[in-house]
Ligand binder design. Structure first.
Ligand code: SAH
Length: 468
């Protein structure tokens, strides 16, 4: 989520020049180019040069600019600079341009010595204008040709009616601001307008239909309040998504997901939804849970329909409970959609039943995640029972300890145990052994997270199912 900052000395802004005095020193083609750029802004352009090119003469005759027919020098500039908004130096004398630039900068007046960014305090980007839409490309003066190339590429993909769309949006802006005072809601209304048929309608010039579409979106969006959907994405195979999950994935404005949610699942999320990765490896430090809660609340308050997508089931070792509590405290509406938990998914795809009439009358889900001091704090007496299946989430790191404790508390060393790595995914691997062999099998086969440990006689009942 963190933005990366590239160092650059140049800061792009759009400057209002209407009615502002701008001085252009120089009377040739280079100066004429700049004057041509300045005239449409409504700037009061003064051209300082003893003689002007025919093009500049025409602009002066047409009343678009004023001529000051004198040499550009420190003396003339000193008298002209007060009251200037900005200055272009386009004389053919580079040294003079540099000298005059220093003078402007000493008076804090933005100045561009054409083709000499080194001595300029601003530079002119490659520009493209479609009505109110303006695109400026800069390479910081390093490669103006490249900037122009890029601008041409951008122009190619700019739709023809863009100026009409911008004009429509500008026109409707004031009314919409009164109608919808909340700026976040207004932003979303415009996004929906542009996502739907509004953009093409306005670009084609059918402002009446565009306005009807905008009105419709305003009515619809104003009724809408933000909410959070806490959704289980299952253990990995997209086939295991619920229909409810799929529907909400298609409706969400944004999705916050963790590392257990893979790209195959994310593919089903609406293309325009904002994707925010908030997860970390479970064995790689704790989640910044407060930050996630705050982000969910902030987005819902902005009116977003936020999909909180979690691996497996959100209420099984997923901290879903904590997130919901935070939402309740903040008064945010929410929905909870269960998912197939890793235990169910891994067991089924590995062919290991979780209960069995003959040997496992219960099934226990436990966490093998260590506390901060590195120890496991579990009620071993109730866990190490022969009559139940023990499913251990996050048990890989402490697999040695886990197996040793189970034996210490009464299970036989040759008690069946299995590990399922990346269950339900194409890369799924299953290793079956016993409490005494499993840690070594994990090490030998370099089993990595996510992996689930299943302990109990059910492992002996494993069946290999045929692929779907
Ligand atoms: N809420 C999740 C569990 C989150 S805890 C659920 O209901 O499944 C993360 C642990 O789940 C992992 O360390 C691993 O033990 C287990 N897990 C999740 N997905 C898994 C998968 N595809 N294969 C094996 N284990 C998985």
């Amino acid at each position: 989520m963190k933005a990366s900052f590239e160092r650059t000395s140049w800061f792009p802004i759009m400057l209002r020049l209407e009615g502002a005095r701008v001085l252009v020193a120089g009377g040739g083609n280079v100066a004429a180019n700049k004057v041509q750029l300045l005239v449409p802004t409504g700037a009061l352009v003064d051209i300082l040069a003893p003689t002007l090119s025919p093009e500049l003469e025409r602009l002066v005759t047409d009343g678009k600019a004023r001529a000051i027919r004198e040499d550009a020098s420190v003396k003339t500039l000193t008298s002209l600079l007060p009251g200037c908004r900005m200055v272009y130096l386009a004389t053919s004398n580079r040294a003079l341009n540099a000298e005059l630039s220093a003078l402007c900068q000493s008076m804090n007046i933005p100045v561009c010595a054409v083709d000499d960014p080194e001595v300029s305090s601003f530079i002119t980007p490659a520009m493209s204008t479609r009505g109110a839409v303006q695109i400026a490309v800069s390479t910081g003066g390093a490669a103006p040709v490249l900037a122009r190339r890029l601008r041409a590429k951008i122009e190619e993909i700019m739709p023809a009616g863009l100026h009409r769309l911008a004009a429509f949006m500008q026109h409707s802006r004031t009314a919409l601001r009164t109608q919808v005072p909340d700026s976040a809601l207004r932003r979303r209304i415009w996004e929906h307008f542009l996502d739907g048929t509004g953009g093409p309608l306005a670009m084609s010039g059918d402002t009446q239909a565009a306005q009807l579409e905008l009105d419709r979106i305003v009515r619809e969006d104003q009724r809408r309040t933000g909410e959070v959907w806490l959704v289980g994405a299952g253990p990995g195979d997209p086939d295991l998504l619920t229909l409810a999950a799929l529907r909400l994935m298609q409706d969400a404005d944004s999705v916050l997901y963790d590392n257990l949610v893979g790209p195959d699942i994310l593919n089903f999320v609406r293309r325009d939804a904002e994707r925010v990765f908030v997860g970390k490896q479970t064995n790689n430090h704790t989640l910044p849970q407060d930050g996630i809660n705050a982000e969910l609340i902030r987005r819902a308050r902005d009116g977003e329909r936020v999909l909180r997508l979690k691996g497996g089931d959100p209420f099984i070792f997923g901290r879903g409970g904590e997130e919901i509590e935070a939402l309740v405290d903040a008064g945010i509406p929410f929905r909870i959609i269960p998912g197939i938990s890793a235990a169910n998914g891994c067991a089924a795809y590995a062919g290991i039943p979780l209960t069995h009439r003959d040997c496992a009358q219960a099934c226990l889900f436990i966490t093998g995640h260590a506390r901060a001091d590195g120890t496991l704090n579990l009620a071993w007496e109730t866990i190490a029972l022969r009559s139940q299946t023990i499913v251990i989430y996050m048990g890989l790191t402490l697999i040695h300890q886990l197996c040793a404790r189970l034996v210490e508390h009464g299970l036989p060393a040759d008690w069946p145990a299995a590990v399922v790595e990346r269950g339900t995914l194409p890369q799924q691997r299953v290793f079956c052994g016993t409490l005494s062999t499993l840690p070594q099998q994990v090490a030998d086969n370099k089993v990595s997270s996510p992996a689930l440990v299943i302990v109990g006689e059910v492992v002996r009942h494993r069946v290999i199912s045929s692929p779907l």
